[in-house]
Write a protein that binds this ligand. Structure first.
Ligand SMILES: [Zn+2]
Length: 121
């Protein structure tokens, strides 16, 4: 093959390659846009599931009737809530702080009167 023809072939090859790269990156951009839309819709759905779950849990905590299928999960959440409360208290102790017994604001552990509501601890 003459040199000129080889160059022409090479140039054609490179053009096709560049087109493929452009097509691929266009596809990738489209796919990542769609993935972001999927994530956004999934997030909306999960937030609604959580709202439904919170309503059921609230009914459970208030002693209202709850479908028996949900009771064990409600008990698990109740235990988790207790753990969270203990962790928050530990965090306050680590910072040498405590919650006011009346208004629940954060205050120094050594203080006997709340700086917010003024009540004795
Ligand atoms: Zn207070």
């Amino acid at each position: 093959m003459p040199f000129k023809d080889s160059l022409s072939k090479l140039s054609e090859y490179l053009e096709v390659g560049a087109e493929n790269v452009a097509k691929k990156s266009g596809e990738l951009i489209e796919v990542s846009k769609i993935n972001m839309e999927i994530s956004s819709e999934e997030k909306k759905a999960y937030e609604l599931y959580a709202k439904i779950g919170k309503k059921i849990y609230k009914r459970y905590i208030e002693g209202m009737e709850v479908d028996k299928d949900f009771i064990s999960k409600c008990k698990e959440i109740e235990d988790i809530e207790k753990d969270i409360k203990e962790l928050k208290e530990r965090k306050l102790r680590a910072k040498e702080m405590k919650n006011c017994r009346h208004c629940y604001c954060e205050m120094k552990a050594e203080d006997n009167y709340c700086p917010r509501c003024g009540k004795k601890q």
